[in-house]
Design a binder for this molecule. Structure first.
Ligand code: XMP
Length: 321
């Protein structure tokens, strides 16, 4: 299926919002729709469009999968409450960690998250809620990258020839599928979301599990979550496109208190990019890197090595998994 792109130049935000609100309302009619909010710009815009179209007939869920960043669930739910949009939090941490147990292959990890999300959690929520429609924030770049076989984005089904009605028991509406990220940001601002959402740094669907090499466990998530929080604090002034911390699987020899310590390695990545399709490592000042490294080593237990990635995308990718 060929999707016609709406470029930033062609996009009229108010017109787009009105059109999509009408479209959602006419598809769902007097029924119910459901959507999952992660707090990223795409799912936030979809939540607002759905709420405008359906009001309380939109059931928005925040699935706490246990692999989000520090305080993320609380922050997002509070923000939407302020906007008048009710959000129900589902604690699914145990299910996600059980599904990820023992898996080391990157694609299998993504697959485990997708299956847990859609098959175990979401399809049950849809069935229990009696909603026939799922609103989803798929954008054109997700479709391109999945079809090209670069990375399977967890929200692309129709485009892969998977019928969600057959596979999971519901229909999917994708109001943002003609847009790229820059267009979605423009809609986010026009629809009344705050800068913390429309300027939000990209964050992958598989969340912190995309930043752990090897098996994902609650202990490793704790480590990479703390390293991520420090990295985001220290690099927030860098004006880079995206920055992140990765926990490696291999240990390296270090020393603490005069003793050999076979410890953990954290890799920092910080990217200059406009659309994530190509990216270059930001030329960060050495003092910034130095402070970041000192903080990670002193605040994150067990870390003895901090590296900075200096390879461009391609052949590197922004995330590690
Ligand atoms: P890569 O790692 O492919 O990432 O260079 C490109 C951009 O996409 C984000 N990313 C994802 N976003 N679901 C998403 O919604 C995913 O599965 C996913 N994987 C990567 C990544 O953070 C970067 O901005």
């Amino acid at each position: 299926m060929q999707i016609k792109e709406i470029t930033l130049k062609e996009l009229s935000p108010q017109g787009f919002i009105e059109e999509k609100v009408k479209e959602i309302a006419s598809l769902v009619k007097d029924g119910l729709a459901i959507n999952a909010l992660s707090g990223g710009v795409d799912s936030s815009v979809v939540t607002m469009l759905g709420f405008k179209a359906l009001g309380k007939r939109l059931k928005t869920f925040f699935i706490n999968n246990g692999i989000m960043r520090k305080d993320e669930p609380e922050q997002i739910v509070t923000l939407f409450k302020k906007l008048g949009v009710p959000v129900e939090v589902i604690d699914a941490q145990g299910k996600f960690f059980a599904a990820l147990k023992g898996i080391t292959d990157p694609e299998e990890k993504r697959e485990a998250i997708t299956k847990t999300f859609y098959r175990d959690i979401f399809s049950k929520l849809v069935k229990d809620s009696k909603a026939k429609y799922l609103l989803q924030g798929t954008i054109l770049t997700d479709v391109d990258e999945t079809i090209a076989g670069i990375k399977r984005q967890h929200n692309v089904f129709i485009q892969l020839g998977i019928d969600p009605q057959q596979a999971f028991g519901y229909k999917i509406i994708e109001p943002l599928v003609e847009l790229r990220k820059d267009g979605v940001r423009k809609i986010a601002e026009a629809i009344g979301l705050p800068p913390s959402i429309y300027n939000r740094m990209p964050f992958p669907g598989p969340a912190l599990s995309a930043r752990i090499i090897g098996e994902v466990t609650p202990e490793k998530i704790k480590i990479v979550r703390l390293a991520t929080a420090i990295t985001e604090e220290e690099l927030s002034g860098s004006r880079a496109f995206q920055y992140l911390a990765i926990l490696h699987q291999d240990r390296v020899t270090g020393m603490r208190q005069g003793k050999r310590d076979f410890g953990l390695q954290i890799e920092i990545r910080c990217w200059d990019s406009t659309d994530a399709r190509v990216a270059q490592p930001t030329r960060l000042p050495y003092e910034v890197l130095d402070k970041l490294s000192s903080r990670i080593i002193s605040e994150v237990d067990g870390v003895v090595s901090v590296t900075y990635n200096i390879a461009s995308k391609p052949p590197s990718t922004i995330e590690a998994v």
